[in-house]
Design a protein around this ligand. Sequence first.
Ligand code: IPE
Ligand code: IPE
Ligand code: MG
Length: 258
Amino acid sequence: MEGNLAIAIFNMDLKAQIDHDKLPRHIAVIMDGNGRWAKKQGLFRTIGHENGTKAVREIVECCAELKIEYLTLYAFSTENWNRPKLEVETLMKLLVSSLKKEIETLTKNKIRLNAIGNLDALPKKARTELLDVIEKTKNNQHMTLTLALSYGSRQEIVKTIQEISHKVKNNLISPSEIDEATINNHLYTRDLPDVDLLIRTSGEQRISNFLLWQIAYAELFFTETLWPDYRKNHLFEAILNYQNRERRFGKTSEQLEQ
Ligand code: IPE
Ligand code: IPE
Ligand code: MG
């Protein structure tokens, strides 16, 4: 009890320090370390994934409380299809059961669910459940929660180039008309703003094919915490760190002060 109280006070302190006028508009998270979390305790990797869903709920609720507008979670990469069959199956089953369970949380917090990635590659049951929750939450306006599923940034860029090339071939646009906005409008993320803060858990410092175009000017935050252990205070820590940075976008500090 005493320990819990101490943690609660610590959390409150961090939360109280957050400047609500300087919140990142779009937070993206590479949720990594489920396997290592399980292995450390002599458990199957799949138990790590199950415990990862608790962290998902906590972080989604925390972002909604803070009034973050966009949260994007990397849940399954195109490369993750190469994992053992049993692990992939468990992850897909977990997706279905979490979606069924979380619809209440999404509704209560007025969160709109969105998904990016090659959704056609998902098993039918997972895709149907996903599209159902997307439909049921489409009018919610407090936050957009995007799940990156069967997502790969390079594949997304290839798809974008193919679509634009078709338009050029059919004389719908000319090559000289192609600009950044044209590319943005063909990405899965066309309705989302650029990422402001990208967090990766588990100590790995790489991007693993996530939102390569969209993180051009994101602030990167890496933490040793394994995803199943990730809690609100960890997110507050990341946001506070973000708020202490100067985002210069190529300019000088002096220019920003003016
Ligand atoms: C992240 O945890 C979840 C997915 C990639 C689906 P990992 O399963 O990659 O965990 P580690 O990196 O092996 O510890
Ligand atoms: C990235 O994690 C994908 C997700 C978090 C869903 P991985 O664990 O698959 O990344 P790598 O392969 O170690 O870079
Ligand atoms: Mg990993």
